[in-house]
Structures are given as structure tokens and as C-alpha cells.
Design a protein around this ligand. Structure first.
Ligand code: NAD
Ligand code: ZN
Length: 355
């Protein structure tokens, strides 16, 4: 069975395109009394961008806290705030921020029209009703969250996305001006998420011509950004992120993501840096890509955190291994149908112990 992929139907790309937001929203606003809800990464609270947000009289702005990556409980709390604000549903939910904020916007939009807790929908195709219109505007580039059909959440028992045809944004705006001036470490780690998406897609057994084309172009763009001195680096990284997202949407990620989810679940390690910590140990699986990744680190003087698992006790280690090995499709993609005999618990443990 081939995947019947749903993609983002409307997108705008270009410097300054954020200025079109008011125009774009006009198509989604219903009447005088209606409102939209902005979920804005709190980092922008005192930055010039917030003054450019086109706010109409009934609109609600929520500054979202992304000090930790999105949890199902936080999604539930945000949904409650939106519901308490008005007895009519918003015309749209707009996420403005990095991958965490984009994922919160997707999840809130879905949970406004589906009963229960976000935790009930972690998995594949569990969402029954289309969400509220949702619009994504990245201020960090790399995760591909702007294009993907998932919103990655940590729930009570696992870190797993809400993957569904209703999850992708209805509209995205990709304006490279919004990612200017991101601190180097964050810029590197989030961008490497994209690089690693491509490496895992290309080295995986699920690869196909469609996914390969996106991954190869995305890799080229990553190389321009991280190994060159490209004046259009911000624009290129934004496109690389989208293409990398498209690639894995029609293939799958692999070993780095599986192990990174384990780190994140137990230690709260953020996705971008977690992927880098893991990838640095994966010569056996992604050799040439790991070597190139290290050249990128050198060029930008990135010092990876070391010894992150040294204080993990036995129960914690077992839990990390469970979370990682629970991501079956990722292992199938990376290692093929016999993955269970290749990636034993001992091997996973040995990899974690080196990080
Ligand atoms: P992030 O959104 O977690 O943000 C990281 C930090 O950068 C935060 O402190 C944030 O406030 C700050 N930040 C955001 N914009 C900034 C700006 N313009 N300037 C300076 N700082 C800024 O980081 P991320 O790497 O973009 O996203 C990671 C999240 O994305 C994880 O939760 C991960 O699970 C998720 N993710 C989702 C998908 C998907 O397909 N849905 C794919 C990959 C990752
Ligand atoms: Zn990723």
C-alpha cells in the first residue's frame, strides 16, 4: 500500500512575506465578532516582531512557554484557555515560533474539535474530526514541523506524535527575515535536525525517488548553509527544512531519531541537540554523513554536551531503551525487517552509555 500523502495546501515564501499575514487572514476571518488565536513563542515577547502581528479587536494572543518541549498536559491547558476565552471557536490558530510552537499550534487546533486529552491521540490516525484552521509561521528553521503531518508531544507514558491527515497546517508563511539572529548553537542544532532527517531518509530502506529528490536537494542546501559562507543562508535553510520535512513525510527517519526520543523522554534533552549528541555516535550507521556533520560542527565551533547519560540509573536506562525500541517504523527503515536481531537492548545501552 502506498501512502496517500496530504500536504500543506497554501504556502507563501519570501523575505518580508510576514507583512501579508493580515491579508492572508482575511480569507479565514468569518465576521465582525469572530477572533483568531495567536500562539507566539514567548521569546518574542520583547522583540520587534510582536509589534508586527496584525491584531484585530477580539483576537487572543497567548505567549507560549517552550522552555521544555510540548507536553500533552500543556496542550490540554492551552485548549482550556482558548475555550474559556469565548463561547465560539476561533476562526484560526496561528503558531509563530520554532518547532515547539508550531507543534503546539497544530495540537491545539486539533484538540479544539476532538474530545478528551491530547494524550488520547498520540499515535497514527486516531484523530476523528478536522481541526480549526491552523497557520504556521516558523521563526527557526530545520524541524520541518511547518510541513509535516505530525505534532510531537510528550505524554504521561511516551513521546509520540499525533500523526494524522488533519495535522498538517492549512497555510504556512516562510519568511527568512524571521530567522535572522538566532543564537549560533540553536541555529546549528535546529538546522542539524534537518540534515539528520535527510541522512536518515537517504540511508534508509524506505527511500524512493520522491523522498530521495527532496532529501538530496535539502542536503545540498544544508551544505551551502553550514559549510559555505552563503549570503542567502537563512533563505536556504528555510527551504532545506521544508524539503527535508517532505522527504521524511514520504519515507522515515532512523536510528538518530529513535535514540534521541529516548534521551528526550527521560532527560528532557531538546530535539535538535539530542539528535546531534546521538548522531555523533552513529558512524556505524551513517558514516560519511557523521563525518560531514563533524566538519560542520568544527566550522561553527560547536561543543556538544558530553556525559549526558552518566547519572542515569538502571530503571532510567531501561526506560530510555524501551522508548527508543518502541519506535518500530524508524528501526525498520534504518535496519530492515530483521532489525530486532540487529539492534539488541545491549547495543542500544552501549550507544547511550557513550553519549
Ligand atoms: P524550539 O521551538 O524548541 O525552540 C528552541 C529555542 O529557540 C526556544 O528557547 C525558543 O524560544 C527559541 N527561539 C525560537 N525562535 C527564535 C528566534 N527567532 N530567535 C531566537 N530564539 C528563538 O526549537 P526547534 O528546534 O525549532 O523545535 C524543536 C521541537 O520541534 C521539538 O519539540 C521537536 O519534537 C519538534 N519537532 C517537530 C517535528 C514535526 O514534524 N512536527 C519535526 C522535528 C521536530
Ligand atoms: Zn527531527
Amino acid at each position: 500500500m502506498y501512502k496517500n500523502l496530504r500536504v500543506v495546501p497554501h504556502m507563501v515564501f519570501g523575505r518580508g512575506s510576514f507583512n501579508q499575514l493580515d491579508d492572508i487572514l482575511r480569507a479565514y476571518r468569518t465576521d465582525e465578532g469572530s477572533h483568531v488565536v495567536y500562539l507566539i513563542d514567548a521569546i518574542h515577547e520583547h522583540r520587534p516582531l510582536i509589534h508586527r502581528v496584525p491584531i484585530h479587536k477580539n483576537d487572543l494572543i497567548i505567549l507560549v512557554n517552550v522552555d521544555t518541549e510540548p507536553k500533552t498536559s500543556y496542550v490540554d491547558e492551552l485548549v482550556q484557555r482558548v475555550n474559556e476565552y469565548s463561547n465560539r471557536p476561533p476562526d484560526a490558530i496561528i503558531g509563530l515560533g520554532g518547532g515547539s510552537t508550531l507543534d503546539l499550534a497544530k495540537a491545539v487546533a486539533l484538540m479544539l474539535t476532538n474530545p478528551g486529552s491530547a494524550a488520547d491521540y498520540q499515535g497514527w490516525d486516531l484523530v476523528k474530526n478536522p481541526g480549526i484552521t491552523h497557520i504556521g509561521i516558523p521563526t527557526l528553521a530545520g524541524t520541518g514541523a511547518e510541513i509535516s503531518r505530525t505534532t510531537v508531544l510528550t505524554g504521561p507514558t511516551r513521546k509520540l506524535g499525533i500523526n494524522s491527515d488533519f495535522t498538517p497546517f492549512d497555510q504556512i508563511i516562510m519568511d527568512a527575515e524571521l530567522v535572522e539572529g538566532v543564537p549560533t548553537d540553536q541555529w546549528f542544532y535546529t538546522g542539524m535536525d534537518c540534515y539528520i532527517h535527510n541522512a536518515e531518509a537517504l540511508a534508509g530502506s524506505f527511500i524512493n525517488t520522491f523522498a530521495q529528490a527532496y532529501a538530496e536537494k535539502s542536503l545540498d542546501l544544508c551544505r551551502d548553509v553550514y559549510l559555505g559562507d552563503d549570503p542567502e543562508a537563512d533563505d536556504k535553510l528555510m527551504v532545506a527544512s521544508y524539503f527535508g520535512g517532505m522527504s521524511i513525510a514520504y519515507s522515515q527517519v532512523g536510528v538518530a531519531h529513535a535514540l534521541s526520543y529516548g534521551l528526550s523522554f527521560l532527560l528532557g534533552t531538546r530535539h535538535g541537540v539530542g539528535n546531534c549528541i546521538v548522531f555523533d555516535q552513529l558512524d556505524d550507521y551513517y558514516g560519511p554523513y557523521v563525518e560531514e556533520f563533524r566538519r560542520m560542527m568544527d566550522k561553527h565551533n560547536i561543543q556538544l554536551p558530553r556525559g549526558v547519560t552518566k547519572d542515569v540509573d538502571e530503571a532510567g536506562m531501561e526506560k530510555m531503551i524501551d522508548v527508543a525500541l518502541g519506535l518500530e517504523p524508524l528501526w525498520q527503515n534504518a535496519l530492515g525487517p530483521d532489525w530486532k536481531s540487529i539492534m539488541t537492548r545491549e547495543k542500544v545501552r552501549a550507544l547511550y552509555e557513550r553519549m
